[in-house]
Design a protein around this ligand. Structure first.
Ligand code: 5CA
Length: 428
């Protein structure tokens, strides 16, 4: 992509309305713009990141045996009245009336609708277990939307739903999601800490939140530092990880906390995922039953599993930035390489940079090419701000000696290399 033709409105100054670093950087790096309170438009660079995060989530869900569907954003109130949640959700739910005066709503989550789909199609325990998910926009009329995409009113969520014939089988489905979540967040360069949690309005009695440690997190978190070490080492045994202590402030009690003070980590956390086992809470009111192995009609045991896809964009920035801007992990970066032409008005430099651009694209490497006629300082500042993992700088002085400069955004390490050597590094 040539920057001269791209839509990348960066800002030099910090926007006054942004209180936390990820929000500031998302506005400054031209990832999003606010449309109204808690509602954002995704500009090209931000949209690329959102899509990459979505794709990692999708791949890990598919690898865990889940099937992707797409349910609508607008739902009829009927099923919610049946489940009893139409009133429980209160003002957070955006309620709409259509032209026939029918009560509709913009979905804050989808337990009712997916249970209804199952109820209509599935009759026998032989058709279980199943796990369906979708990645769809949600609306919750939060009292205090804030911190940009972190607590929005409209936000993109992956919500998945498991269906099992009994508790034992449902627990296995739950643990499979527990592990898939660890893998998902690890692939984004994050260290997720699973914490036993309250189930809230979703209901049920087995629930974990996945929290990312960040100064600007909304809740205080307390955890056994051994747990974090195990996660960093790649441990994926759900029982082992669940046996170690981790709790948010509403569950943490210093009097009963089993972890000795020297092993108790305290920090603030951002909730990027939340999983719930809720048993037959929705199956019973909605009449979702199957015949079991003995021929009895039994209600389906369910679980629901959410990931804040749009929130993750902010959370990843909170976890990876420095004074100059964003530092994307390669797995979610909008482009792998930022190619800088230091002297766009010099034909020899431009010919060399154009050639490198063509070769990178020919090898399938996503590259953003700064071919603008701008000052070098402005180009470096913009490139640091948008945080692409590699910066490749082509200038007349280097070219005389047959070299270009390759800089790693994370850590800032620089190397002068021949064009071929630089391309070999980036195309590998
Ligand atoms: N039905 C369940 C699981 S599918 C559910 O809705 N769970 S949730 O309420 O915990 O939301 C799942 C995830 O969505 C949260 O962990 C969080 O990462 C994200 N999320 C929730 N509310 C918001 C919001 N207002 N803005 C951005 N992300 C949000």
């Amino acid at each position: 992509m040539r920057l001269s033709r791209y839509f990348l409105p960066t800002l030099k100054e910090n926007p006054a309305e942004a209180q936390i670093v990820s929000h500031r950087l998302m506005l400054r790096a031209g990832l999003v713009r606010q449309a109204s309170a808690g509602i954002y438009s995704w500009l090209p660079l931000g949209f690329r990141v959102l899509k990459r995060i979505e794709q990692i989530v999708r791949e890990e869900m598919d690898a865990a045996g889940c099937h992707e569907v797409l349910m609508p954003t607008i739902q009829s109130a009927d099923l919610w009245i049946k489940s009893g949640r139409y009133n429980d959700y209160g003002k957070e739910m955006l309620r709409i009336r259509d032209r026939h005066d029918r009560e509709m709503l913009y979905g804050p989550t989808n337990e009712e609708l997916i249970t209804e789909i199952f109820r209509s199609e599935v009759r026998s325990y032989r058709q279980l277990p199943r796990n369906l998910y979708h990645i769809q926009w949600k609306f919750r009329d939060e009292v205090r939307p804030r911190f940009g995409v972190m607590r929005g009113r409209e936000f993109l969520m992956k919500d998945g739903y498991s269906f099992d014939v009994d508790f034992e089988s449902a627990r296995k489905s739950y643990d499979a999601m527990f592990v898939a979540y660890l893998k998902t967040f690890r692939r984004m360069g994050l260290t997720p800490i699973p914490m036993r949690a309250d189930a809230g309005p979703i209901g049920g009695d087995l629930s974990h939140e996945f929290q990312i440690v960040a100064e600007t997190g909304e809740s205080a978190v307390f955890y056994d530092t051994d747990l974090v070490e195990l996660i960093e080492q790649g441990e994926l045994d759900a029982d082992r990880l669940k046996s170690l202590y981790a709790a948010t402030d509403d569950k943490h009690d210093p009097k009963t906390c089993p972890v000795p003070p020297e092993r108790l980590g305290t920090a603030r956390g951002i909730e990027v995922g939340h999983i719930f086992y809720f048993g037959t809470k929705y199956a019973e009111p909605l009449g979702a039953t199957v015949t079991d192995a003995d021929g009895n009609q039994v209600p389906i045991h369910g679980g629901s599993y959410g990931i804040g896809v749009s929130r993750l964009v902010g959370a990843i920035i909170e976890a990876g930035h420095d004074d100059a801007g964003i530092v994307w992990p390669e797995s979610v970066a909008p482009f792998k390489v930022g190619l800088i032409n230091l002297k766009a008005d010099d034909p020899a430099t431009t010919a060399a940079a154009d050639g490198i651009y063509d070769r990178l694209r020919g090898s399938g490497v996503p590259v953003l090419y700064d071919d603008r006629d701008e000052r070098a300082g402005a180009k470096f500042a913009d490139m640091d701000l948008i945080g692409l993992p590699w910066q490749l700088t082509v200038g007349p002085r280097g070219l005389k000696g047959g070299v270009v400069e390759l800089k790693r955004r994370a850590g800032g390490e620089r190397n002068e290399l021949s064009i071929d050597a630089a391309l070999a590094r980036l195309c590998g």
